[in-house]
Write a protein that binds this ligand. Structure first.
Ligand SMILES: Cc1ncc(C[n+]2csc(CCOP(=O)(O)OP(=O)(O)O)c2C)c(N)n1
Ligand code: SF4
Ligand SMILES: [Mg+2]
Length: 350
């Protein structure tokens, strides 16, 4: 074994803060096509959770139907999971986290799953601010059913066997923003570092964190000219900032010139540091976020990074005034109202 290979092995087998190695966060071997963007995203979910030292048993992974929705099988074998119905990932997740809000929910969906059949479910989960990470693995096609155009496909795009798409695409980030989302990010499966840092920040966000990740389908939609191809992503990617999620207990070490970075505090005391690149962009300004998305669409570029963050809206468990203990763990005594409470309740309807 040469040194390089040896180093790699040591790194992968190094235990994290809770004594788990990376393999403890993996799932079954992927059966998706080789080179599929969804596989890269799965790897970054594994890496983010391992680096964050989150016990896999504290995670619930939920999906709908599609190649993207098969991904939870290939990560986090030790976590809870549910592969639900087409477009119903948000709905099933809402139920799961309401009965046990001590779990962190990671929802994985596709552009067909979210922007077509599950559109109203997506919009309403965002509107209610259900505490969850909502990942859309966006390839512009229904990969699993052999490459029909999805609602995010480019207008005028021509694909073999399906013809020319006559319809305007739906922009997932814009839809999330106008539905009131407090965390909206766009990334590219070909930029693993950015995907991983965004995931870390999303996991620490208290409400619905929407990540729209361009994830090329190498079998049906990787042709030149498609905004969901590797070539497009690599050549037209414009990162807004260099983003780093910083844990609560860690001081930010890197010395920067004043004005070079923007630090945003999260409710749990951690921070997101945005190191400015070419753009001087403020991700806390909602109107700028909408304008940015519109401009990037008109300019034909792939803007990536955290487009918007705002933690002011309470998450659904807070809005619903849920008790700290998960509903699944409440004893029968705690669940049964007292005679006085029942009498007072009945009195209201007399
Ligand atoms: C109710 C229902 N309608 C249609 C289908 C067929 N179907 C399965 S997957 C899919 C589209 C998946 O596309 P997407 O969410 O973009 O995932 P991808 O495969 O591209 O990752 C469709 C239409 C289904 N399974 N259930
Ligand atoms: S058909 Fe497309 S989306 Fe499905 S696994 Fe293959 S490359 Fe990925
Ligand atoms: Mg798709």
């Amino acid at each position: 074994m040469d040194n390089k290979a040896g180093d790699k092995q040591v790194k992968t087998k190094a235990p994290n803060e809770i004594g788990l190695i990376k393999a403890d966060y993996r799932g079954r071997p992927s059966t998706l096509c080789q080179g599929c963007g969804h596989n890269s995203i799965s790897s970054q979910i594994v890496a983010a959770l391992y680096e964050l030292s989150i016990p896999p048993e504290r995670i619930i992974k939920i999906s709908g139907i599609g190649c993207s929705s098969k991904s939870p099988t290939y990560i986090l074998s030790r976590s809870f999971g549910f592969n639900s119905l087409h477009g119903r990932m948000p709905t099933v997740t809402t139920g799961a986290v309401m009965v046990n809000h001590s779990l962190k929910a990671i929802g994985i969906s596709g552009d067909g799953d979210t922007a077509s059949i599950g559109f109203s479910h997506f919009k309403n989960v965002v509107r209610r601010n259900v505490p969850m990470v909502y990942i859309v693995e966006n390839n512009g096609v229904y990969g699993l059913t052999k490459g029909q155009f999805s609602a995010t496909a480019d207008k005028g795009l021509e694909l073999k066997d399906v013809g020319v798409n006559p319809f305007m695409p739906i922009d997932i980030c814009m839809e999330a923003l106008i539905s009131g989302a407090g965390f909206v990010a766009r990334s590219f499966a070909g930029d693993p570092h950015q995907v991983k840092e965004l995931l870390k920040a999303a996991i620490h966000f208290q409400g619905t964190a929407v990540l729209d990740i361009v994830s090329p389908c190498v079998t049906f939609d990787n042709r030149e000219g498609s905004s969901k191809s590797y070539r497009w992503g690599r050549s037209r990617k414009e990162p807004l900032h260099d983003i780093t999620w910083v844990p609560r207990r860690e001081e930010i070490q890197i010395e920067l010139e004043p004005g070079e970075a923007l630090d945003v505090d999260m409710h749990d005391g951690s921070q997101i540091r945005f190191r400015k690149l070419a753009h001087d962009y403020d991700p806390t300004d909602r109107m700028s976020a909408l304008k940015l998305l519109e401009d990037s669409c008109n300019r034909g570029v792939l803007i990536t990074g955290l487009v918007y963050i705002n933690e002011e809206t309470p998450p659904l468990d807070e809005t619903e005034n849920l008790v700290d203990l998960p509903l699944t763990q409440l004893s029968e005594d705690a669940l049964r109202p007292s005679k006085e409470t029942l009498d007072a309740f009945i009195e209201r309807y007399r």
